[in-house]
Write a protein that binds this ligand. Structure first.
Ligand code: MEV
Length: 314
């Protein structure tokens, strides 16, 4: 049996503006994982996909043309030059909440691609995995920047600009993040599409906002690379980024409530993470304040709270 995993992700800075060519920063979340196992099956069984979290158990041969699991399986088999479907059972599970901006879709696709590549003993480089996963992301997110598949496939903190090779980030001091879930599911393509219409109506105004976000991202990169000394600055920059996200119209009352609660409980800074209108917010905390912030988020209505530390990689 082959087993492969992929982490969830958190966008620290620059969501939405990244779709318009500005930089963004994202980190993998090792505490949240998607897992794909692939086991050989008896001849005649075909390729079966079992995803209990999604309530699915079916044969690849019966999958519709836009079934996301089938699409990544077929794209991977094509990339590996495997013309015949293997007789195998693919089992998928994930601890990443679905549709909440934590990269569940990209992580599931990445784990599947890795499992199939290992099954055939044809390892794929992260760049190749990321490119395959991006094809699936495009089917579901409309005009994705590619940041989700990149951070998840490389499992490294990234400074990302659409269409450019990845730049790994040095995180000299781990960041403690408290992640609060509003419980509201807002599809990324809906939020991205709505902002696109506003940008089309007033391009100059929105390009100006995106430039401001880009400038924050660059300052944040320098602060993250500085380590401990930079943490106050990182928090302040998160607050500034959130203000612009509110101006862009992608925050929501539920997100604002959690962000406010985190700040009042001592967060160094807080903002939404991902597409917005729901999903998750993140708060940067000194490690000894994380529990109090988590408690405040729960009291303010978060349906799930996760405390995680970004890996240090110098
Ligand atoms: C979604 O995780 C991040 C967005 O910037 C969309 C994208 O980059 O494709 C909102």
């Amino acid at each position: 049996m082959i087993e492969a995993t992929a982490p969830g992700k958190i966008i620290l800075f620059g969501e939405h503006a990244v779709v318009y060519g500005r930089p963004a920063i994202a980190v993998p979340v090792a505490d949240l994982q998607a897992k794909a196992t692939l086991s050989p099956a008896d001849p005649g069984t075909g390729f079966r996909i079992i995803a209990p979290d999604l309530g699915r158990d079916y044969s690849l041969a019966q999958a519709g043309p836009d079934d996301p699991l089938a699409v990544i399986v077929q794209a991977t088999l094509r990339r590996l030059g495997q013309a015949d479907l293997p007789e195998a059972t693919l089992h998928i599970s994930s601890t990443i909440p679905l549709g909440r901006g934590l990269g569940s879709g990209a992580a599931i696709s990445t784990a599947i691609t890795r499992a199939i590549a290992q099954f055939f003993n044809q390892p794929l480089a992260p760049t190749e995995i990321s490119a395959l996963v991006f094809e699936v992301e495009k089917l579901y997110h409309g005009t994705p920047s590619g940041i989700d598949n990149t951070v998840v496939a490389f499992a490294q903190p990234v400074y990302f600009i659409k269409g450019r090779p990845i730049q790994r980030m040095r995180v000299s001091q781990p960041l403690t993040l408290v992640v609060g879930d509003t419980g509201v599911v807002a599809p990324t393509h809906t939020v991205v599409g709505d902002l696109r219409r506003r940008w089309q109506a007033e391009p100059e105004r929105y390009e100006g906002y995106f430039d401001e976000v880009g400038a924050i991202v660059n300052q944040a990169r320098a602060a993250i690379e500085q380590g401990n000394l930079g943490q106050m600055a990182i928090g302040e920059l998160m607050n500034e980024n959130q203000e612009l996200l509110e101006t862009l119209g992608v925050s929501s009352p539920a997100l604002d409530r959690l962000i406010e609660a985190a700040r009042e409980a001592g967060a160094l800074g807080a903002k939404l993470s991902g597409a917005g209108w729901g999903g998750n917010m993140i708060a940067l905390a000194w490690p000894d304040q994380a529990a109090a912030i988590a408690q405040a988020l729960t009291e303010a209505g978060a349906v799930q709270v996760i405390t995680t530390q970004t890996a240090k990689n110098q």
